[in-house]
Design a protein around this ligand. Structure first.
Ligand code: COA
Length: 458
């Protein structure tokens, strides 16, 4: 086959498609390692099953399985149930936002849930050569894994066969996952009386994730992400923030996702992701890129390491001031910080700047200075200094810098333990040497840079 020239070595300074592929693949490797052996519960609605692009979603799920992620898929079947009811000239009734499942509706629920299960099993069994599923050989397991109880009579309304999750057979699920199967959970539950109940996939997913103590609960929603006042999607939320959000959100479906996400998080599921399923490849972007593509809900306050902005100057000054007073760092004025803000990376935690570092490059010498490395005293010794150093090294590499140097009076060993070697003042770029303050008598340390993998993302 003739290959496009752009796939071969690119012109100098312009990475070719092949170079970009290698860089992208290498960039994903920390996430691949981080996710292997973890348990993810993925919840999607019947709309995803009805979408002609379902095979793409299944291919992405098969890829996750291939990468060693233990998967439980919880699916909904609302459009399929409604279609069956329409054929019988009946409707699903909703009272106070809750379904009423009478005898006729239950027959449609069983039929639809079974039909969807068979469809998913068929797609997960594909293995045609030259297709993304070639060689996948996935085992799919399902069964009486969820026990249910009736919702009962609420405010005088008998909800019939609409149920709530009572118990999840985690032991059986773990055994199936351990045997390498993908576990498929329908929106149905069985009671000790031998009855069948119609369950909400959103609630079932959260229950399964909590009981299994899953590493992630991922909701593939049929809607846009929750938006803040500026109309932008939230990238991160804490359960307490969800509580305040719920006071304003009126959409029943979004309320369901948010409240079950907060519950799961409070009950020990470390990360809950809300994604807009309608965006192609959303699952892969969320799991294998640093910034993700959805809203991440975590129980702990969210921390972000990012490029500094002008409105961070106040926070950086507050962080640096005590260190400047102790003579550990050289004093910098607000004006100087404002003009040099692009050189800074900060760690923001709940709106507070708790760490920073800056990079001053000397392109003619292929060198860069690492400066202003600081972590708030209350947050030290948890690897944040390392993270800043890592980020600066990445920035330097992206600028084509081959050597990083630092001038320090009291932190020599911290740098030495991270690969920096003592270096004479004469080794500094000429421009920097002229500014060297002999009275301060800082020691110079330098480190040659080699490409490093990125820290774990979402
Ligand atoms: C240096 C600094 C940025 C490290 O931040 P951090 O988030 O604590 O870093 P890490 O968690 O990655 O590393 C912590 C380790 O570094 C050690 N360490 C901290 N300061 C040190 C120092 N001055 N010299 C040697 N080791 C030091 C800690 O004891 C800890 O080691 P341990 O895990 O064996 O106990 C932080 O201590 C700081 O802000 N110091 C004051 C500012 C400063 O000195 N900046 C450098 C200016 S050139």
């Amino acid at each position: 086959m003739k290959r496009d020239d752009s796939e071969k070595g690119g012109k100098e300074g312009h990475p070719s498609a092949a170079d970009r592929f290698v860089a992208w693949f290498r960039g994903s490797s920390p996430y691949i390692h981080a996710h292997r052996g973890r348990t993810f519960v993925i919840v999607f609605a019947g709309e995803a099953v009805a979408d002609p692009r379902l095979p793409e979603l299944i291919h992405d799920i098969a890829l996750l399985h291939g990468l060693g992620i233990r998967l439980v898929l919880v699916y909904g079947a609302r459009p399929q149930i409604e279609e069956r009811l329409r054929l019988r000239s009946a409707d699903m009734r909703y009272i106070n936002g809750l379904r009423v499942t009478d005898g006729a509706a239950l027959a449609c629920v069983k039929d639809a849930a079974g039909g969807v299960r068979v469809e998913l099993e068929a797609l997960l069994s594909m293995g045609l050569a030259n297709s993304p599923m070639a060689g996948a050989r996935i085992r799919v397991a399902s069964g009486n894994l969820v026990a249910a109880r009736p919702l009962g009579v609420v405010d005088g309304v008998d909800y019939g066969h609409t149920g709530r999750v009572r118990r999840v057979d985690a032991e059986a699920m773990r055994a199936l996952l351990g045997a390498g199967a993908i576990v498929l959970v329908p929106p149905l539950g069985y009671s000790p009386t031998g009855e069948v109940f119609n369950l909400s996939a959103t609630e079932t997913g959260a229950f399964v994730a909590i009981t299994l103590n899953a590493d992630k609960l991922i909701y593939l929603m049929e809607r846009t992400l929750p938006l803040n006042r500026e109309g932008e999607a939230y990238t991160n939320l804490l359960p307490a923030e969800i509580d305040s959000l719920l006071r304003m959100v009126t959409d029943e479906e979004l309320r369901g996702y948010l409240s079950h996400a907060a519950d799961a998080c409070r009950s020990g599921v470390q990360r809950v992701h809300l994604l807009d399923r309608r965006s192609d490849g959303v699952l892969l972007r969320e799991l294998f890129t640093r910034d993700g593509s959805g809203t991440l809900i975590t129980a702990k306050p969210y921390e972000d390491t990012r490029a500094a902005r002008l409105d961070d100057v106040g926070g950086i000054l507050e962080l640096l001031e005590p260190l400047e007073s102790l003579g550990i760092l050289v004093r910098r004025s607000r004006e100087l910080l404002e003009t040099e803000i692009n050189r800074f990376t900060v760690i923001e935690r709940d709106g507070m700047i708790i760490g920073c570092a800056a990079l001053y490059d000397y392109p003619a010498d292929g060198m860069a200075e690492l400066a202003c490395v600081a972590v708030h005293p209350e947050y030290r010794s948890h690897g944040r200094g390392d993270m800043l150093l890592h980020d600066m090294e990445r920035r330097a590499l992206a600028l084509g810098v081959g050597e990083l140097f630092v001038l320090t009076t009291q932190t020599a060993h911290w740098f030495r333990e991270r690969g920096f070697e003592p270096s004479p003042v004469e080794s500094l770029p000429m421009q920097r040497r002229q500014l060297y303050n002999y009275q301060r008598n800082s020691k110079v340390f330098s480190k040659r840079l080699v490409p490093l993998p990125r820290p774990e993302g979402r």
